[in-house]
Design a protein around this ligand. Structure first.
Ligand SMILES: Nc1ncnc2c1ncn2[C@@H]1O[C@H](C[S@+](CC[C@H]([NH3+])C(=O)[O-])CC(=O)[O-])[C@@H](O)[C@H]1O
Ligand SMILES: O=C(O)C(=O)Cc1ccccc1
Length: 247
C-alpha cells in the first residue's frame, strides 16, 4: 500500500471543503487513518481473529466501506472455514480501484487466502446474501443518521445463527466532561503523530458535516432496535471503539 504521508490539510485553505474519499485522500489513506484513529492497527488485526470465531461454512463475510481493503485482507488471512468468501463494498471509485490492486498483490504473496470480490456500490442499496460476518469498520459514522437503523436492520436479517456484526466507530459522549477529555486526548494523539494545529483544525472542519458520531448508548439501543440480541464492546482507545453485535 502507498506510504505517502498525509499532508492534505497542511497548507491554509481559504475554504475547507467537505471531506470526500477522493483520489487525494486515497493516495495518503493508510498514513491518514493510522495517525488519526487510535487503536486502528489493533482493531484491524483482531477483526480477523474475531471473524474466525463467527465464520460459518459456505457463507459470505462482508467488509462494508472497505476503503483500501485492510479489513478484507485481515479476514482473508485469518478465516479458514470451508466455503467462505469475502465481499468488500465501497462507493468511492478511487478507493475500489486501489483496493483491487492491493488485494491482487496480496494473492501472489500469501497462499490459502479466501476468495474476494470487490464491489463499487452504495451499501445502502446492497442486496445482502446470507452472511456470517459483517464488518462496518468506521463506515456507519459516514452514513446519514436517519438511514442507520434501516441499514442495521438489513444486516441483522442477513446474518446467520452463530454469526456477528463487528462495528467500529468514533464515539461521542453524553457526559460533557468525558466528551471533552477524550476529545482533547484524541487531539494530543494526532499532535504526537506529527499533525500541526492547522492540520488538526482544518481536518476537523472538513469532517464535521459528513461524519456524525453517536454515543455507545445510542449504538447499543439502535442495534437492539434493529433486532440484535446482544451488544458487547470489545475494544476502546480514547474516543474510538469497536463492538460485537450478535443476531
Ligand atoms: N454509502 C456508502 N456505501 C459504500 N461505501 C461507503 C458509503 N459511505 C462511505 N463509504 C466508504 O466508507 C469508507 C469509510 S473509511 C473505512 C475504513 C476501512 N473500513 C478500514 O478499516 O480501513 C473510514 C474513515 O476513513 O474514517 C470510505 O472508503 C468511504 O468511501
Ligand atoms: O481524523 C479524525 O479526526 C477522525 O475522526 C477520523 C478520520 C480518519 C480518516 C478519515 C476521516 C476521519
Amino acid at each position: 500500500m502507498s506510504k505517502e504521508p498525509d499532508r492534505l490539510f497542511a497548507q491554509p485553505l481559504a475554504q475547507v471543503p467537505d471531506f470526500a474519499f477522493n483520489e487525494d485522500v486515497v493516495r495518503v489513506f493508510p498514513d491518514m487513518i493510522k495517525r488519526s484513529v487510535p487503536g486502528y492497527p489493533t482493531i484491524v488485526e483482531n477483526l480477523g481473529v474475531l471473524a474466525a470465531q463467527f465464520a460459518q461454512p459456505d457463507s459470505v463475510l462482508y467488509d462494508l466501506g472497505s476503503s483500501l481493503g485492510a479489513v478484507t485482507q485481515a479476514l482473508r488471512r485469518h478465516v479458514r472455514t470451508e466455503g467462505c468468501r469475502v465481499i468488500a463494498v465501497d462507493n468511492s471509485a478511487a478507493m475500489v480501484e486501489r483496493c483491487r490492486e492491493y488485494l491482487n498483490g496480496q494473492d501472489s504473496m500469501f497462499q490459502e487466502l479466501l476468495p474476494v470480490e470487490v464491489i463499487e456500490g452504495d451499501i445502502l442499496a446492497l442486496e445482502f446474501k446470507p452472511a456470517s460476518v459483517v464488518a462496518l469498520n468506521f463506515t456507519l459514522q459516514f452514513i446519514a443518521p436517519e438511514q442507520r437503523l434501516a441499514l442495521l436492520g438489513r444486516i441483522r436479517q442477513s446474518l446467520l445463527p452463530g454469526g456477528a456484526l463487528i462495528l467500529s466507530e468514533k464515539l461521542r459522549f453524553a457526559d460533557a466532561q468525558e466528551h471533552q477529555l477524550l476529545g482533547d486526548l484524541h487531539i494530543a494523539f494526532k499532535r504526537a503523530n506529527g499533525y500541526s494545529e492547522l492540520e488538526i483544525a482544518q481536518k476537523r472542519s472538513a469532517i464535521e458535516n459528513v461524519m456524525k458520531p453517536d454515543s455507545l448508548e445510542e449504538h447499543t439501543e439502535r442495534l437492539l432496535a434493529a433486532g440484535f440480541s446482544k451488544v458487547v464492546p470489545w475494544f476502546q482507545c480514547l474516543n474510538f471503539a469497536s463492538l460485537i453485535a450478535l443476531p
